[in-house]
Ligand binder design. Sequence first.
Ligand code: ZN
Length: 129
Amino acid sequence: MDRKVVEMAKQARLNAWAPYSDFQVGAVLETKSGKIYTGCNIENHGIQGICAERTAFAKALSEGERDFARITIVCAKKGYEPTEECLPCGYCRQFMSEFVDDNFKIRVFDGSTVKEYTMAELLPHGFKL
Ligand code: ZN
């Protein structure tokens, strides 16, 4: 399953709109019920781009999903295969924390293996109301 999910993330990455950075990111968000939502980064000449992680979450949330198991992320410059892990930015970490528990899995592909982190590891002291 890991290899299949990584391939799906790599495929999602190819849909990235990244004319300013040429840095393409793909994400696969899996719900606890087994549904899958993909996402890619979408840049904009304004300042309001969106990362692959939040794209996947926005797709899932707008379909009514609320129960998330894990997200898998791949990244690389346009035209290249992923070779380094790509951890979510601070904005995405805070955004995701609204909808997941501390054990939510955030997985990153480094070109050969998938490393797994928990939400609590990547955002140990997130903002909460
Ligand atoms: Zn982000």
